[in-house]
Design a protein around this ligand. Structure first.
Ligand code: ADP
Length: 160
């Protein structure tokens, strides 16, 4: 059976930190489904569809990466796509509490689905979607934080 992992997140927008997590998880899993969370509590800048299009463009040369969106329980979505693992990235210790709580909750909901953590690379550990969304509208250069497709989409969105 194919070993499939789901990498879920808001990805508003997808950053170089996220890209690195996907590429590294491809060394462990045969297929990685990047799943954009549709029912996020967070106010989004980019629509789910816009985010999916950008992510698909980033991985257009990676046939083992699929892009999708989901609403509802993550473990239900994992079961639907046949994934045995959830992939998450950990930056500073500040990510840990929230991630541990979610991983334990998901373990309670479905003990056959395990969370797989990858430590962010040092050079990416300060990158967050929030930071990108703060800097880009003020005219700051975010091209070292996100892919060109995201830079271009920002220009359209901000009319710059
Ligand atoms: P969420 O709203 O689910 O936290 P995010 O898009 O912020 O969605 O993050 C998705 C996942 O990617 C999380 O596991 C997060 O810790 C991880 N992540 C975010 N930024 C980075 C980064 N710079 N390097 C590695 N992992 C990251």
């Amino acid at each position: 059976m194919k070993k499939i992992a789901v990498f879920p997140g808001s990805f508003d927008p997808f950053t170089n930190g996220h890209t690195d997590i996907v590429l590294r998880s491809l060394e462990v899993f045969e297929e990685v489904v990047v799943a954009v969370l549709g029912n996020s509590q967070k106010q989004a800048l980019f629509s789910v569809e816009e985010r999916k299009v950008m992510i698909a463009e980033i991985f257009k040369d990676q046939p083992r990466v699929k892009v999708d969106s989901f609403t509802g329980l993550l473990v239900d979505y994992c079961a639907k796509v046949g994934a045995s693992n959830i992939v998450r990235g950990l930056r500073a210790t500040s990510d840990f509490d929230y991630e541990a709580q979610m991983a334990l909750m998901n373990q309670k909901l479905a003990n056959n689905i395990d969370t797989f953590f990858l430590m962010a690379r040092e050079q990416n550990s300060y990158i967050s979607s929030t930071l990108v969304k703060q800097v880009a509208p003020l005219g700051g250069d975010v091209s070292m934080l996100v892919s060109q497709v995201v830079v271009d989409k920002f220009k359209v969105k901000l009319g710059k």
